[in-house]
Design a protein around this ligand. Structure first.
Ligand code: ADP
Length: 452
C-alpha cells in the first residue's frame, strides 16, 4: 500500500474516532440534562395535579367520593391521571391497568417518586402520590425530549461525517503536496544508481523533506566529484604508465644493445668506453627517474603535511647550497633577492620544490647568466633569463614526463617528472604554481601562497 494512502486512512480513522468520541460525550451530557429537565417538568405537573386535587377535595364531605373525584379529573381534562383507593379504580382513562402502573422500579431523585414506562414508540414517566386517603398516578409524555435527542444525534453524525470527508480530502491534498518531493528523490536515486550522477532534486520546502533533498543533492555532488576524480586519476595513471613504459623502453633497449655489443663484438677501446659511458649515464638517469617516480607516488598518497614555520631566508639558503655546484658547471649565478618573512609548510618538501625550479632555471639558462630567488607579498619566485617556454606549452609542462625539448632535456638528465612532483607537493600545501614565460627572454616560476 502506498505511504500516502496509508497516511490518509490512518488520519481519517483517527479523526473519525475523535469526532465520534466528542459526539458521544456531548450527546450524553445533553440527553442527561434534557431528560432531567423533562422529568423535573413532569414532576411539577404532577404536583400541580396534586395541589389542584387537594384544593378541590379539602372541603368535600359527601359519600359520593368516587364520582366526585372522577368528575374533578374529567372536568379538568386530566386524561393521564389515574386515581384508586383500597385497590379500587376511581378514575383511569389510560390504557394501563393498576398492576402495570404499580409494578417496576421507582426512582426518588425528584420530589415525587417516578418510573419510566414505554408504550409503543412513546416514552412515558409515571409519578405517584397519595392524597386524602387515595393514591394517584400521573403519566407524563416525554417522547418529544427523546425525539430531540435523536435528531441532535443524527445531525451530529452527519456533521461529523461531512467534517471527516472534507478533512480527508484536505489531508490527502496536503500529504500529496508534502510527499511529492519524495517522488523526485526516488527518481534522483534511481538515476544515481544507474550511473547518472548529474541528477539534482529541486525542492524548495524548508521542512525535513526539504533538508533530505538538500542532503541528497550534497551526496550526489560528492559522488559526482568523487567519480570525476576517480576517472581523472584513472586517466592520469594510464597516461603515467604509458609515459613511464616509453621512458624506460628507449634507454633499456640501448643499454641492452650496448651490453650485447660489449659481450659479442670485438670493440676498440674508445668504442668500449663510449658504450660503458652510455650504459653508466643511462643507468644513472633511470635511477633518478625511479627515485622521482617513487617520491611522486609517495607524496600523492601521504596527504598529511607537517606544517611548520619556515624562514624564507633559510629555505633559499638551503636551495642555493644544493644547486650551487650544478650552477657553477654552467657559470650561472644564483642570486638571493628579497627574502624576509616566513612560510608555513614542510621544509624538506618545499626544498624539493625550489631545488627543482632552480635546477630547471639553471638548465634553461645560458652560461654566465643568473637565476634569482625572491619573495613577494603573495609568494616565492624563481626567475631566469634563459630560453623560455613557448606559450602553448606552458600549460602542459607540469604533466608527468612532458618535456618541451625532449632530447635536450634528456641530455640534461631530465625525466619530465620534476614539475609534476612540484605540483603535487604544492597541491598538498594548498599553494599554486604560477608560470610566466617568454621564449628567449626567460621564465618566472611562482609558488603562490596567498589566495588571489
Ligand atoms: P625535467 O626533469 O625535464 O626538468 P620538469 O618536469 O622539471 O622535467 O620540466 C618539464 C619541462 O619543462 C622541461 O623538460 C623543460 O622543457 C620545461 N621547463 C621547466 N622549467 C623551465 C624553465 N625555467 N625554462 C624553460 N623551460 C623549462
Amino acid at each position: 500500500m502506498k505511504l500516502r494512502t496509508k497516511l490518509v486512512i490512518i488520519s481519517s480513522f483517527i479523526l473519525l474516532f475523535a469526532l465520534l468520541l466528542t459526539d458521544f460525550f456531548v450527546l450524553d451530557r445533553y440527553s442527561d440534562n434534557a431528560v432531567k429537565e423533562a422529568t423535573s417538568a413532569g414532576c411539577n405537573d404532577s404536583l400541580r395535579v396534586k395541589y389542584e386535587f387537594e384544593s378541590f377535595f379539602s372541603g368535600f364531605s359527601g359519600n359520593n367520593e368516587k364520582q366526585m373525584i372522577a368528575y374533578h379529573f374529567k372536568y379538568n381534562q386530566e386524561l393521564y391521571t389515574v386515581c384508586y383507593k383500597n385497590g379500587e379504580e376511581y378514575y383511569n382513562n389510560t390504557v394501563f391497568s393498576l398492576e402495570e402502573l404499580k409494578s417496576g422500579k421507582w426512582h426518588d431523585s425528584f420530589e415525587l417518586p417516578y418510573k419510566k414506562l414505554d408504550y409503543k414508540d412513546k416514552k412515558l414517566l409515571v409519578f405517584k402520590f397519595d392524597s386524602f386517603g387515595s393514591s394517584f398516578f400521573n403519566i407524563v409524555d416525554i417522547t418529544d425530549t427523546y425525539e430531540k435527542i435523536f435528531s441532535l444525534a443524527v445531525t451530529m453524525a452527519f456533521v461529523s461525517l461531512a467534517v471527516t470527508v472534507i478533512s480527508v480530502i484536505l489531508i490527502s491534498l496536503i500529504i500529496k503536496k508534502t510527499l511529492s518531493p519524495l517522488k523526485l528523490l526516488s527518481e534522483g536515486t534511481k538515476s544515481i544508481a544507474g550511473g547518472d550522477y548529474s541528477k539534482r532534486v529541486a525542492v524548495k520546502s524548508s521542512n525535513e523533506i526539504g533538508s533530505l533533498a538538500n542532503d541528497f543533492n550534497s551526496m550526489a555532488e560528492a559522488i559526482e566529484k568523487h567519480s570525476r576524480e576517480l576517472s581523472e586519476s584513472e586517466k592520469r595513471t594510464a597516461l603515467l604508465m604509458a609515459n613511464l613504459t616509453h621512458e624506460l623502453k628507449t634507454p633499456l633497449t640501448a643499454i641492452s644493445g650496448y651490453a650485447q655489443s660489449l659481450r659479442t663484438l670485438k670493440l676498440s677501446d674508445s668504442d668500449k668506453d663510449e658504450a660503458l659511458a652510455y650504459i653508466d649515464g643511462e643507468s644513472k638517469r633511470l635511477d633518478r627517474l625511479s627515485k622521482k617516480m617513487i617520491r611522486l607516488l609517495e607524496i600523492d598518497r601521504n596527504t598529511e603535511i607537517a606544517f611548520e614555520e619556515i624562514a624564507v631566508d633559510r629555505l633559499f639558503d638551503e636551495v642555493i647550497r644544493t644547486c650551487s655546484s650544478f650552477a657553477k658547471t654552467k657559470s650561472v649565478e644564483l642570486v638571493k633577492g628579497q627574502c624576509d618573512g616566513i612560510i608555513f609548510g614542510d621544509f624538506d618538501l618545499l626544498c624539493t620544490v625550489f631545488i627543482n625550479l632552480t635546477d630547471n632555471a639553471i638548465k634553461a639558462s645560458e652560461n654566465g647568466s643568473s637565476v634569482e630567488l625572491f619573495a613577494e607579498n603573495n609568494g616565492l619566485f624563481v626567475r631566469d633569463h634563459g630560453m623560455g617556454i613557448p606559450k602553448d606549452e606552458i600549460s602542459r609542462i607540469t604533466e608527468p614526463f612532458y618535456m618541451v625539448d625532449k632530447s635536450r632535456s634528456r641530455k640534461n638528465g631530465g625525466s619530465g617528472l620534476g614539475l609534476a612532483l612540484v605540483k603535487v607537493i604544492l597541491k598538498h600545501h594548498g599553494f599554486t604554481l604560477r608560470i610566466e614565460s617568454q621564449p628567449n627572454i626567460g621564465s618566472t616560476f611562482g609558488v603562490i601562497t596567498e589566495t588571489e
